[in-house]
Write a new protein. Structure first.
Length: 535
């Protein structure tokens, strides 16, 4: 966030690269990981005068609000009218793994991406079911799409698949009731989603096109046994919160929302006959989804036989997010069924209040009590380095996105280190004395697919993904080596994002203009009608 705050403050554009002592120069981090998310937080930091922690905290707060508010909004849309509409939101936001992603693992892009899924679904549902496309809802849908698609690749892949499967399950169960909009409205919704994806183009296009050129490009597919101790039923269904001793991360809690899930199952079973066929079919569909996710997460036999594309989520416990989302849906179905029943004993409502209180209490305990410090993280944020060229402690993925495409060179004759402190944009020139004709190891982290190099010849890469270049024929002279982000598809991607932003701004301005016009027309109509009413 600090890097992007400084880049946007200086050039009004986000950076494609990290230039640090730990990663080397032109490390294409933002082309493959959290590009739009870090740009948004960095922009908030730049607008606040360079206070990048403000951008980080603001985005985090808004993400929690999107998760909680999205589920309450969805509950209201599908018919909940009491305080019980908050139960699905508590199920999700107070769940163990949701808090773990923020404070236990520090998996910030994954946390943010998973937080906007409820808002994305709620806004999409509203667009599909309302009489007209409401400007505010459309704006929320586009923003949620931008954040969801521009934060975390694994969550984008699995989250999109989960939402699609969930929609198909409800469509099969409820038919037209879950698909009330016209084909024209579906086109409008798809257009809004496309606009959000186009805003992310500067990140998504190189991400998709060049991911296979990175060291991590083949994907890390781990067997279930690697982290399976975190996905055993005895751990997942622990009614309290604990971490197995085998975990190298002290605050990696993965417990499922037992209390609220048990309440939903009891209430659903007790009122099954009164639920109606549609609600019954929806409940059966969601239960099936819950069981499928649970089996994939907790069974080695199932996990190890999933397609490689699905296992690129890396760790089976990451499916926890989608189990809890399905659990929140089941709680919502139970809430609606309970609200529609007549003469229901107040004990069910008291039980929901108790289950919600226990869940919230466990969440508060997890926020404050466990030791969330890993490696050499900071006891005081004032100790954070202020330079965007010095990596803070707890940094990771320092090699994953380096070049993995060039010929592998095991031995070099010389080495040249370019100063990361001299870089402050997506293009830079260095003066270096290169031995003539020699293979020279550098600290350039970008390969030919992610940065253009001139003034020297690329010869290949080292095992850790740093570029090896070849010096010219002349001895004793300095060469100007230029690096820039002018590879054709990077430029095209930025143009697409810029045009999409202009379109989004134009739509917002046009919507505002039309709203003002409608208010003036309504005011004029009221003024004309007032004398007639008085007469």
């Amino acid at each position: 966030v600090n890097v992007q705050s400084k880049a946007i403050g200086a050039h009004l554009l986000p950076s494609n690269y990290l230039n640090t002592l730990g990663t080397g120069v032109f490390y294409p981090y933002f082309l493959f990981y959290g590009g739009s998310l870090y740009a948004i937080a960095g922009a908030l930091g730049a607008l606040s005068g360079g206070h990048y922690i403000f951008g980080f905290v603001a985005v985090t707060f808004l993400a929690v609000l999107a998760a909680y508010g999205g589920l309450v909004w969805l509950a209201r849309q599908v018919g909940s009218r009491t305080w019980m509409a908050h139960a699905p939101a508590i199920t999700y936001v107070a769940s163990a793994y949701y808090v773990t992603n923020l404070y236990g693992r520090g998996a910030w892009p994954e946390f943010i991406a998973s937080s906007v899924i409820p808002l994305l679904v709620a806004a999409g549902w509203r667009l599909a079911s309302s009489d007209r496309v409401e400007p505010g809802t459309a704006a929320l849908f586009v923003v949620a799409t931008v954040v969801f698609a521009g934060s975390h690749n694994a969550t984008l892949l699995i989250g999109s698949l989960f939402v699609l499967i969930g929609y198909l399950v409800l469509l099969a169960a409820l038919g037209r009731a879950v698909h009330p909009c016209s084909g024209r409205r579906l086109v409008a919704i798809a257009s809004l989603a496309a606009l959000g994806l186009a805003i992310d183009a500067w990140y998504l296009i190189p991400d998709v096109r060049h991911a296979s050129d990175t060291l991590i490009g083949d994907g890390q597919i781990y067997p279930w046994r690697r982290t399976g101790f975190l996905s055993r039923p005895g751990v997942l269904f622990n009614p309290l919160r604990s971490v197995p001793a085998a975990s190298s991360t002290p605050a990696l809690y993965v417990q499922l929302p037992d209390w609220l899930l048990a309440w939903a199952l009891v209430v659903g079973a007790a009122g099954w006959a009164a639920m109606g066929r549609r609600m019954q079919r929806a409940a059966i569909g969601v239960l099936g989804l819950l069981i499928a996710v649970l089996l994939a997460m907790s069974s080695a036999a199932v996990w190890d036989h999933l397609p490689d594309t699905l296992r690129r989520v890396q760790f089976s416990y990451r499916l926890n997010t989608y189990f809890v989302l399905a659990a929140a849906a089941l709680v919502l179905i139970a809430v609606i069924g309970l609200e529609r029943r007549r003469g229901v004993h107040s004990g069910y409502r008291l039980a929901l209040l108790g289950a919600s209180a226990v869940t919230a209490g466990l969440c508060l305990w997890q926020l404050w009590v466990p030791n969330t410090r890993i490696s050499s993280s900071y006891p005081d944020r004032r100790e954070l380095p202020q330079s965007a060229h010095v990596l803070p402690h707890s940094w990771y993925a320092t090699q994953d996105y380096r070049d993995g495409s060039g010929p592998l060179i095991m031995a070099t004759q010389a080495a040249v280190t370019f100063d990361p402190f001299s870089v402050n944009s997506n293009a830079h020139a260095y003066r270096a004395a290169l031995p003539p004709g020699a293979l020279v190891r550098t600290n350039i982290a970008a390969g030919p697919s992610t940065a253009h190099l001139s003034g020297a010849t690329r010869a290949g890469r080292t095992p850790d993904g740093l570029e090896v270049i070849r010096g010219g024929a002349s001895a004793g002279t300095s060469t100007t080596v230029r690096l820039s982000a002018d590879v054709r598809d990077l430029v095209i991607a930025r143009v697409i994002s810029g045009l999409a932003l202009l379109v989004a701004c134009g739509l917002i301005l046009n919507t505002g203009r039309r709203a003002v016009k409608r208010r003036k027309l309504a005011g004029a109509t009221d003024a004309i009608a007032a004398p007639a009413r008085r007469g």
